[in-house]
Design a protein around this ligand. Structure first.
Ligand SMILES: *[C@@H]1O[C@H](CO)[C@@H](O)[C@H](O)[C@H]1NC(C)=O
Ligand SMILES: *[C@@H]1O[C@H](CO)[C@@H](O)[C@H](O)[C@H]1NC(C)=O
Ligand SMILES: *[C@@H]1O[C@H](CO)[C@@H](O)[C@H](O)[C@H]1NC(C)=O
Ligand SMILES: *[C@@H]1O[C@H](CO)[C@@H](O)[C@H](O)[C@H]1NC(C)=O
Ligand SMILES: *[C@@H]1O[C@H](CO)[C@@H](O)[C@H](O)[C@H]1NC(C)=O
Length: 327
């Protein structure tokens, strides 16, 4: 059991560092709930500690969720809304296959509703569980801005243009980040999230068995000494098996991902593509040799930036009672 003070005590220096970076729009705030629901972040962390103890594999999906939410119509928890009869929601679009744990979010929300009814948004819960997933895999505990409100639109078709598949090249990846107000550096940093969690075989098996697009061929960018292991784990057309994205270290938020990518062991084409742009390549190669402090600081900064994408604040949107449904 981590005490409130121990947890938040470690956070202060980073919070100060982030405040200095600042935001001219100042729409979100650090500690938005300090008066209205002072223990909100602690309640979430407590629940997360229990959830992850029972289901450690959820840290990857929980970290990924904020990206899937923010990139599609902003950080408004549209990802959490259920489909309705005539409208398939974002949650039911193909990229959702890398996500799990929606019911655990419902439990967290229920705890918050008991403590402070109608106060804490589902969009902020996504920011908190992403941050806590990093902490619970031995990464940094960074301060997050809160004060987002929840949206009402969620359409599966919106995901296509906003979430690039793992087969994407660096040009496409950089463009989508720039469209969202993020940079090539943010891309290199946030892709570092692949240091935890698993992937379905179907997200990369074309690199093993169909690189030519004509039913055969192996991606020469893959480390040949890593290929047999991947082929053993993932047969062609396997769409159910999951493998570690950062083998041997997928429950540790660390720099092993960058070491892997620099040696041709990035699982996805999109990982390998980081080596095809001078700025992202330099970042990967530096982190592959570094101590984690710089990456930890960069990751916190990029997550805070991503968490500002098209947010609803100041009376726009609503505070959902249940994350899967509009009020
Ligand atoms: C909402 O969607 C989740 C899966 O994301 C599902 O488990 C749940 O049963 C759905 N709720 C209702 C009432 O349909
Ligand atoms: C993802 O979408 C499919 C439909 O495309 C649905 O059957 C499945 O339950 C969804 N998965 C989750 C985790 O919501
Ligand atoms: C990157 O992918 C896009 C979309 O598939 C394609 O149009 C473009 O030619 C590709 N760029 C390079 C350099 O391969
Ligand atoms: C190989 O890739 C091409 C292009 O993406 C696709 O059309 C084809 O169905 C794939 N073949 C197999 C056997 O998966
Ligand atoms: C997974 O593969 C099986 C067998 O190849 C196929 O029947 C099924 O539709 C696939 N599922 C998805 C979600 O692609």
């Amino acid at each position: 059991m981590v005490s409130y003070r121990a947890l938040f005590g470690t956070m202060v220096p980073l919070a100060l560092a982030l405040l200095l970076i600042g935001s001219t729009e100042a729409q979100l705030e650090y500690g938005f709930y300090k008066n209205s629901c002072p223990h909100a972040e602690f309640i979430v962390f407590q629940e997360m500690t229990k959830i992850i103890a029972n289901a450690p594999f959820l840290t990857g999906p929980f970290l990924r969720m904020q990206y899937h939410d923010c990139f599609v119509n902003g950080c408004d928890a549209s990802l959490l809304l259920n489909s309705t009869n005539n409208n398939p929601a974002e949650k039911d679009a193909p990229p959702n296959q890398s996500l799990r744990g929606f019911d655990a979010i419902d439990d967290i929300k229920a705890k918050l509703e008991m403590a402070c009814p109608g106060i804490v948004s589902c969009a902020d819960i996504l920011a908190m569980i992403a941050r806590d997933s990093v902490k619970l895999t031995y990464g940094p505990y960074y301060a997050i801005e809160t004060g987002r409100r929840d949206g009402s639109r969620s359409e599966a078709s919106d995901t296509q243009a906003n979430l690039q598949p793992p087969t994407s090249n660096i040009t496409v990846l950089k463009n989508i980040f720039i469209q969202k107000g993020l940079t090539a550096k943010d891309l290199a940093v946030l892709t570092g999230a692949h240091t935890i969690g698993q992937s379905l075989c179907s997200s990369f098996t074309e690199r093993l068995y169909n690189f030519t697009g004509r039913g055969f061929g192996l991606d020469p960018a893959l480390d040949p000494t890593y290929v047999p292991q991947l082929m053993c784990e993932c047969k062609p057309n396997d769409n159910t098996t999951r493998v570690e994205m950062d083998p041997g270290s997928s429950r540790n938020f660390d720099l092993a991902y960058y070491k892997g990518v620099s040696r041709g062991r990035g699982l996805f084409t999109s990982d390998d593509q980081l080596l095809h742009d001078p700025e992202t390549k330099a970042y990967v190669e530096r982190q592959a040799m570094a101590w984690p402090e710089e990456f930890f600081k960069d990751f916190a900064e990029s997550m805070v930036k991503m968490g500002r994408i098209e947010v609803l604040t100041h009376g726009k949107g609503e505070i959902r009672k249940k994350c899967a449904f509009v009020n």
